[in-house]
Ligand binder design. Structure first.
Ligand code: G4P
Length: 530
């Protein structure tokens, strides 16, 4: 373990805290590994847990929970690169998908969006992108797997615009693809990088401009002509680079490469480091703004349970927003009004974790949680304020839940209450059958986690029966619910924690039908604005 990692260095301006968003299989693990290699956080490829290991892990989730010491390291990876402290937040792929994944993005200052050149924009990317858009954070796109035949680069840019609604500015441009892949031409500095699968030993040719004879020689006349034409088209018809639009998340700089061949990754990382924002001010729930130079503050964005099952170990992950964190400091836990001593802060580095002495805005701390913390909690040193509420997400999976042993009813209720408050699961009651509880989750795995935790932490075994709904809509209706015109076979009405009515739909068609048949009715994907 490097000793450097024990000392967090420098000011917030040096930090870059981001998440990588992508659809499973786009190459996130591979890209993360290459980023870690550049940062010297790992010494060889293969150190990051491999695809197969993860497949096994997700099919046998209970087992990995027992070994959370390993998998938790993927929550955040920290390393130094070019005098910057880099914090990469993990957003698991769909097998692991849960509200956690979304919430993690609230701790990021920017995002890398990874796209498989052959597949284009995929569903998981769209969902994660939406959260980034909601927060208005900058998004940097890496189009991966250029060593294989993929979609036409121009078509991919169009897809970004049409599917995600974001304008793009290619920072480099690929020459050929798959077997014919020659490399990339970097537009800002007129540099040609020739593709080899030798990673960092890439041949680089610096030219004066795209007309340069050296480039023509390097590519041959036909490819040179093609590149000139395409780049000219980008110059004329494409969006110019605009740093301000990038900062506001309205324009995404696009890079091409091959993560597996470690090609284009360094160029991407270097530009990302220069363009991505450092930690900035954060709004509080009463409309104030906390700047990074204020006394220490942070918020809990994730709680990971059962890190050590023998001790029912839980770790709360805190994003530092302002000030300087010091090990052992006592802070206000605003929700409960208690003072809390943060004695054993941990930080994560490559494959290990260790106790740290200090941290700065942008850093992530793992604090042992005796059951005190909830997602969204604010911790602050001086003033008492609450950061803006973390967004809620629309559940897409539903199940009826039953306790197996009715003698455990009390434990069952306690677990249901606590786990829903923690944000691990959403709990609904069926409107006309109050004894029937319905669980909602954004990812199926949340149900498994819930079931496991109910047993392990509350001693209540539960049975889940999946329900055929895929959409929840919070209802605002000008007429009483009984008078609503809807298909009572296909749709059910439940109530959320705060007794608001929520309709559960099997598909989008049934949502549209309710809106068509009931003028004045509003259906909201979350409880916001209801
Ligand atoms: P993920 O974390 O986004 O799910 O993706 P991961 O990195 O595990 O990559 C998914 C698959 O794509 C892996 O192959 C990986 O080797 C491959 N891959 C990643 N980057 C590139 C690239 O730039 N070019 C090409 N051609 N392939 C790439 P796999 O066979 O599914 O897994 P494995 O058995 O190789 O681990």
């Amino acid at each position: 373990m490097s000793t450097e990692s024990t000392k967090a260095q420098g000011a917030p301006a040096e930090r870059r805290t981001f998440a990588i968003i992508s659809h499973p299989d786009a190459g996130k693990t591979t890209l993360t590994e290459k980023l870690l290699l550049f940062g010297g956080a790992i010494r060889e490829a293969g150190a990051v847990k491999g695809k197969k290991a993860r497949r096994h892990a997700t099919s046998d989730w209970m087992e990995i929970e027992k070994q959370r010491g390993i998998s938790v390291t993927s929550t955040v990876l920290q390393f130094s690169y070019r005098n910057r402290r880099i914090n990469i937040l993990d957003t698991p792929g769909h097998e692991d998908f849960s509200e956690d994944t979304y919430r993690t993005l609230t701790a990021a200052d920017s995002a890398m969006m990874l796209i498989d050149a052959a597949k284009g924009v995929e569903p998981q990317t769209i969902k994660l992108f939406e959260v980034c858009r909601m927060r208005g954070i900058p998004i940097f796109t890496f189009i991966n797997k250029l060593d294989r035949q993929g979609k036409d680069p121009l078509a991919l840019l169009e897809e970004l615009e049409e599917v995600l609604g974001i304008r793009s500015c290619p920072m480099n441009w690929p020459i050929g693809m798959g077997q014919e892949f020659q490399g990339i031409y970097n537009r800002p500095d007129n540099r040609f990088e020739r593709f080899t699968d030798r990673g960092t030993e890439t041949e680089q040719i610096q030219v004066d401009d795209i007309e340069d004879e050296a480039l023509r020689e390097a590519l041959g006349p036909a490819l040179h002509e093609q590149l000139k034409e395409e780049v000219m088209l980008l110059d004329i018809a494409g969006d110019p680079f605009d740093a301000e639009l990038v900062q506001r998340g309205k324009l995404t700089p696009v890079f091409f490469g091959s993560a597996i061949a470690n090609f284009g990754v360094e160029t991407f990382l270097n530009q990302f480091i220069d363009l991505a924002p450092p930690p900035g001010p954060r709004p509080t729930d009463d409309g104030r703004v906390v700047t990074t130079d204020a006394p220490f503050s942070g918020f809990v964005f994730k709680i990971q349970a059962n890190m050590n099952p023998a001790h029912r170990d839980r770790v709360a992950f805190i994003r530092v927003c302002s000030g300087r964190f010091e090990r052992g400091m006592t802070v206000n836990h605003v929700r409960t009004g208690k003072k809390v001593n943060l004695a054993q802060p941990q930080q994560f580095f490559g494959q290990g974790r260790e106790i740290i002495d200090e941290a700065y805005p942008g850093d992530i701390l793992g604090i042992f949680d005796p059951g005190l913390f909830r997602i969204g909690d604010t911790l602050c040193e001086a003033d008492k304020f609450q950061f803006e509420k973390l967004p809620q997400f629309s559940p897409e999976h539903f199940a009826r839940v039953y306790v197996k042993n009715t003698l455990k009813y009390k434990q069952f209720h306690k677990g249901m209450e606590q786990l829903s408050e923690e944000g691990a699961i959403q709990v609904f009651r069926q409107a006309n059958r109050t004894e029937d509880m319905v669980l909602g989750a954004v990812g199926q795995l949340q149900f498994e986690v819930f079931q496991h935790r109910m047993k392990a932490e509350y001693g209540a075994e539960v049975e889940l029966h999946n329900l055929p709904y895929s959409f929840a809509r919070w209802l605002v209706s000008p007429v009483p619910i009984e008078q609503l015109n809807y298909d009572r076979q296909a749709i059910i009405v439940v109530k959320d924690h705060d007794d608001r009515f929520v309709m559960l739909f099997p598909n989008e068609f049934t949502i549209r039908l309710v809106l068509d048949k009931n003028p004045g009715v509003e259906l909201h994907p979350t409880s916001y604005g209801v």
